[in-house]
Design a protein around this ligand. Structure first.
Ligand code: COA
Length: 200
């Protein structure tokens, strides 16, 4: 005997975004192991408060998925467009005390310095200005994190100052790009947004 009736399902579609070499897509269970491998790597986690394991990675993934219905934006899983491999995560994040919507990126270490971080961040910022009611997108990173600062530079972001503490993160350099500056930048970036969506 059935003791309930079903109402309308509720769901949010996480957009799938394509760049020249990447797919930015919704997270799936198969991402947890390769993401845990990244989170267990000391070089990758140097400026992200140290390494952690699979259980914490799974909790983090559920948090990142949850940001989509909560905020209407979030972090995507990064997939190699050719091979389908998991290559990291990128997207837009806003936490308590954040000075603005942040673009954030992590790339699998064996694929650093190939422009993939910039490619993913560019797509995330473009999507953000297309879909969110924000005047600027920021990024912040530890003052010693040359890689993320390189991405900020490649995106044409402006250094706007230092912040001792943003959420759990200490000793930050903060950058921004305004909607107007983004619109006027000369860009040959190839980003397309797929009509299809996936579950959150
Ligand atoms: C930061 C990170 C995402 C950079 O990704 P990436 O794919 O290697 O970056 P790119 O290849 O697009 O490089 C962007 C710019 O930064 C420079 N750069 C990248 N890594 C660098 C490093 N370790 N030292 C100095 N410069 C670096 C590149 O030369 C490039 O500069 P250019 O445009 O003048 O040529 C990657 O190092 C990473 O995942 N780090 C660990 C996680 C992390 O700290 N994420 C940032 C906080 S959210």
């Amino acid at each position: 005997m059935t003791h309930y009736t079903l109402g309308e399902p509720s769901a949010i579609g996480v957009p799938t975004v394509l760049t020249a070499r990447l797919v930015l897509r919704a997270w799936c269970a198969a991402d947890v192991d390769p993401y845990a491998a990244m989170n267990g790597d000391a070089d990758t986690m140097r400026y992200l408060d140290g390494t952690f394991g699979r259980d914490s990675t799974e909790r983090l993934v559920t948090h990142l998925i949850g940001m989509w219905p909560l905020r209407g934006h979030g972090m995507w899983a990064l997939q190699d467009r050719t091979t389908g491999e998991f290559l990291g995560r990128a997207g837009l994040y806003f936490g308590p005390g954040w000075p603005g919507v942040e673009v954030a990126v992590s790339v699998r270490r064996d694929r650093w310095r190939q422009g993939l971080g910039t490619e993913a961040a560019t797509a995330a910022v473009a999507w953000g200005f297309d879909h969110l009611d924000v005047d600027r997108i920021i990024t912040f990173t530890n003052r010693h994190n040359a890689g993320m600062q390189g991405i900020a530079r490649a995106l044409g972001m402006t250094f706007i100052g230092e912040a001792d503490k943003i959420g759990p993160w200490a000793d930050n350099f903060v950058y921004e790009v305004t909607r107007d500056a983004w619109a006027s930048r000369d860009s040959g970036d190839q980003v397309s947004h797929q009509a299809g969506s996936e579950r959150s």
